[in-house]
Ligand binder design. Structure first.
Ligand SMILES: [Zn+2]
Length: 231
């Protein structure tokens, strides 16, 4: 029993971290957000809601500047104030912003947002357990190897989530009569809007897949859908 106690402690630590960060995220979002009331965006979310056969899609504005969309673990969808500002400034169209809402809806529908919170804090537990175990085998490099392994695992999980959410969004946009054009255009704009052109770190280590790969995946879906007989 005593032998396993470091691992047990690491697991308890991970669980506590998860509880705490879930609570803190929810609290922060509550305090710094309001429901978006924009007629242009509402018109588009209305057609998406109709396509999904649900009464309405609520979108919230999170009062921070970095351009981003977010799906909270409780299923709420957020756009940052900075993102909305880009729309108001004419840098992003309403349809493009709607594609972000569709993408975040995908994360919610596919259960990513909840899992991601677990992933994020679960990562700490995995990191500590790996570091403890590897530290015995490799006294000097163990922690480094544990960190690298955890990062690669996390990056792979989140890249997969992005492709799945993109596919969900593409299907929803098509069904709502908006097509995949806005989604692809937004992905291309996103590189400049978020201020990182995807240079530097190798693609497989970054949490987001390369824009060109994401656009190509959407185009592949589009090609498959348009080949189907009309019906
Ligand atoms: Zn995403």
């Amino acid at each position: 029993m005593l032998k396993f106690s470091p691992i047990l402690l690491a697991l308890i630590y991970g669980l506590v971290m998860y509880r705490f960060s879930a609570w803190r995220t929810a609290k922060m979002l509550d305090q710094q957000s309001t429901e978006l009331a924009d007629p242009e965006i509402a018109r588009l979310t209305k057609s998406m809601a109709k396509a999904l056969d649900i009464p309405r899609i609520r979108v919230h504005i999170y009062e921070i500047e970095p351009v981003n969309g977010l799906a909270a673990p409780d299923g709420r969808i957020f756009l940052t104030r900075g993102f909305y500002r880009k729309f108001k400034a004419g840098e992003v169209t309403a349809e493009e912003l709607a594609s972000v809402v569709a993408h975040e809806l995908g994360h919610v529908a596919l259960g990513h947002s909840r899992r991601r919170m677990i992933d994020f804090s679960g990562q700490n537990a995995i990191r500590v357990v790996l570091a403890t175990v590897l530290g015995r085998i490799l006294p000097f490099g163990g922690v480094w190897v544990a960190n690298a392994l955890t990062s690669i695992l996390a990056a792979r999980l989140s890249r997969q989530d992005e492709y799945e959410a993109d596919a969900y969004a593409a299907a929803l946009m098509v069904k709502a009569g908006l097509g995949t054009g806005p989604q692809k255009r937004l992905l291309e704009k996103l590189e400049t809007l978020t201020g990182m052109g995807g240079r530097g770190a190798p693609a497989w280590l970054m949490s987001h897949p390369k824009t060109a790969d994401r656009v190509a995946a959407i185009e592949a879906l589009d090609a498959r859908w348009t080949k189907l007989p009309e019906g």
